[in-house]
Design a binder for this molecule. Structure first.
Ligand code: AMP
Ligand code: GLY
Length: 424
């Protein structure tokens, strides 16, 4: 069969690497892809939100299945677009329809959903411009720190953790009255701050049954020791030692089953991934957020621990028989180190030539923000490459990924050398 992957980051590179290995995959297309995805398939320069362009490609190339990487096309309704089109309606899309994508697209929607289905999450209240005064009063009674979340998608920047009441009130005003995050902050969720250690849990569902993919931990801050500004993700590790069988049983019973059942009870069709951002607070799981897609850079580590045919699992989601499919997970450890551009996550360097990838010994170099410039591979994004290795234990995996990252060079390159070391 012919498969189309939408997206251009490290996550989509890892998907493409895995999908291309399946005997079921004849032709693979990636739209728009990056300089690395051409190793696995054909790049087509179409934006993930250009639904008409995607339609043209799907019909021209006889695509049999579409795998959606990022949230934006899902929240904007790419799956609904397919279902509403006579020529596309029988071509399966892996990724939820607009309504299900609200789990990520609206924090308020996800909080209401969790409350309704008794899924453990931080206490909260939602405010709009009209209830700003109530919000300011509420903040005065809420404990500190307090978390403010823009309701809509805000490119990962819409969550603020405020340490003082003054800061919280100033930020709430900026979000609601001055549209700090545009339309995304026309509604703001104010929630209790949770303490503990975070991890990412991934579920694949056909709307009826589900499979739990390998869990992972990602490292969001730019600096070593988890300091400095937030980024899209600087590295990941899987498995996560503190996510032991006892903890994962709680996650399955208290979070995963109620989520999948809740979607069903609410009549929300859902075929795709559910990424659950969890806080482990003294051994108890609390949901921080849902995403309607896989994580990046978690996917790079997760794909490398899936030993079974990933396309067969995707077909299970598409055809609604996921329960009959095999998911085999490697007991080994995968580690990913993300190499970023100088200056990232602020304004960053671009168009720098990347050298040395041929010296990497025992990792896969998944491309993210890269493009071809004649014969050269150059940097185009903040997150440039994701270096992923699989080894027998965590220590070797972390060492190998870091050693391989240091074999690559471009002007201004930076990566964290301490990914996962807090877990050793
Ligand atoms: P998000 O943009 O929703 O991924 O949130 C960004 C980060 O904010 C999360 O990964 C957490 O580290 C942090 N965060 C969000 N909500 C809470 C909370 N209720 N308590 C503590 N930290 C939080
Ligand atoms: N790594 C976190 C995310 O993909 O949102």
């Amino acid at each position: 069969m012919n498969i189309l992957i939408l997206g251009s980051g490290g996550r989509e590179s890892a998907f493409a690497w895995k999908v291309a290995q399946s005997p079921k995959c004849e032709k693979l297309f990636i739209a728009p892809g990056n300089a690395g995805t051409t190793q696995y398939g054909t790049n087509v320069n179409i934006k993930v939100t250009d639904f008409e362009g995607i339609k043209g490609l799907v019909l021209k190339e006889g695509i049999d299945l579409v795998l959606v990487g990022p949230e934006e096309p899902l929240v904007k309704g790419v799956h609904d677009f397919f279902l509403a089109d006579e020529q596309l309606k029988n071509i399966p899309v892996v990724g939820p329809q607009q309504e299900g994508a609200q789990l990520e697209g609206s924090k308020d929607f996800s909080k209401i959903f969790m409350e309704k289905h008794n899924i453990p999450t931080a206490a909260y209240k939602t405010f709009t411009k009209d209830s700003l005064e109530d919000g300011l009063t509420y903040l005065a009674t809420a404990g500190l720190p307090v978390v403010l979340k823009a309701d809509g998608l805000a490119a990962g920047k819409g969550v603020l953790i405020c340490l003082t009441l003054e800061e919280a009130q100033t930020e709430l005003k900026a979000m609601l009255a001055d549209a700090k995050f545009g339309e995304a902050s026309s509604r703001v969720v104010v929630e209790q701050f949770l303490t503990g250690i975070e991890l990412s849990v991934f579920v694949m569902t056909d709307g009826n049954s589900y499979k739990i993919l390998p869990e992972a931990k990602d490292y969001k801050r730019i600096g070593e020791g988890d300091t400095g500004l937030n980024t899209g993700g600087m590295g990941s590790i899987s498995p996560v030692p503190f996510a032991d069988a006892d903890f994962m049983k709680k996650v399955e019973e208290r979070v995963i089953i109620p989520t999948v059942e809740g979607l069903k009870k609410d009549g929300i069709p859902y075929k795709g991934f559910i990424f659950i951002g969890l806080m482990n607070s003294n051994g108890e799981p609390w949901v921080i957020e849902y995403n309607c897609r896989m994580g990046d850079p978690e996917t790079e580590s997760v794909m490398r621990r899936i030993d079974s045919d990933f396309v067969d699992l995707l077909l299970g989601v598409a055809e609604g028989n996921l329960d009959t499919k095999e998911l085999t997970i490697s007991p080994k450890t995968a580690a990913t180190v993300v190499m970023v551009a100088g200056g990232y996550p602020g304004e960053y360097l671009k168009n720098k030539v990347i050298t040395g990838t041929e010296n990497v010994r025992d990792s896969i170099v998944f491309h993210a923000g890269t493009a071809m410039d004649g014969e050269d591979v150059i940097t185009t994004g903040g997150r440039v490459l994701a270096i992923t290795t699989v080894q027998d234990n965590m220590f070797s995996a972390l060492q190998q990924a870091t050693a391989d990252a240091s074999r690559i060079y471009y002007d201004g390159m930076y990566f964290r050398k301490d990914i996962g070391f807090d877990l050793l």
